[in-house]
Design a binder for this molecule. Sequence first.
Ligand SMILES: Nc1ncnc2c1ncn2[C@@H]1O[C@H](COP(=O)(O)OP(=O)(O)OP(=O)(O)O)[C@@H](O)[C@H]1O
Ligand SMILES: [Mg+2]
Length: 269
Amino acid sequence: MQLNEELKKQEQEITSRMALVRNKVLVMSGKGGVGKSTVAVNLAAAMAASGKKIGLLDIDLHGPNVARMLGIAGRRLESDGESIQPYAAAPNLAVCSMALLGADPSMALIWRGPRKTSAIKELLGGVNWGELDYLFIDSPPGTGDESLTAAQAMPGLAAVLVTTPQEVALDDARRSASFAASMKVKILGVVENMSGFVCPGCGLETPIFSSGGGEKLAAELGAAFLGRLPLDPKAVMFADSGRTLFDMESGRTRDAARAIAEKFAGVCP
Ligand SMILES: Nc1ncnc2c1ncn2[C@@H]1O[C@H](COP(=O)(O)OP(=O)(O)OP(=O)(O)O)[C@@H](O)[C@H]1O
Ligand SMILES: [Mg+2]
């Protein structure tokens, strides 16, 4: 009985926090390492720079990368026992991640499903975002406990699907799309990442992971194709040093990231 009441209270907390959030967007992929965190961080940064109020919640409990990518690794979030204050990483951009909570973010979390579900719910009900135009949620790959909990706990959740262009990534992305359909999560659009490597020496473009797969998938799903990000070694350097793609000098990658954010804003105003 007591447990039921606690669960009900938590549900109410989630509902009242999420009532202040206009758009809830899960950034997901079937395959690991295809650029979810990169897309989540850069979409969040672009929208925040355009004046929207943005939250970025990292629910990748085992591999939280958002803090490093935003140059705030090592910061700690304040909690008064009732609520957690997200970290203001930039004007209009508040961030919460497991890497900013707990004692030592370099230690592995050795948790089974129920513990993960409960941690995600605590974050959804506990983080004091206030009013937001967009809450971007960076997820681990696939359709496990973390994404499932978010989808169940957040009615109206939508998604951006990130994939690399090759068939093995698309196969996994289709599984994510099927998860989204089952959970009534609308796929707002598809981003094709690591699409074509342009040799900095000779300028020749090589489609290392094939090309066109993201656009094909978007058409299959009847979702918007948000654009492609080139495979750019500088993207790694910038992420590792806590800078977004918009901190780059003008060029293909920065322009591509800007175009993706603009297209996203069009499909999710
Ligand atoms: N377009 C790109 N060009 C070059 N490197 C990229 C590009 N996009 C992402 N990366 C790099 O590839 C690595 C994986 O990207 P990222 O962490 O965003 O993927 P992910 O899908 O979030 O991974 P995970 O499944 O582990 O959460 C990172 O080092 C990132 O900086
Ligand atoms: Mg990630």
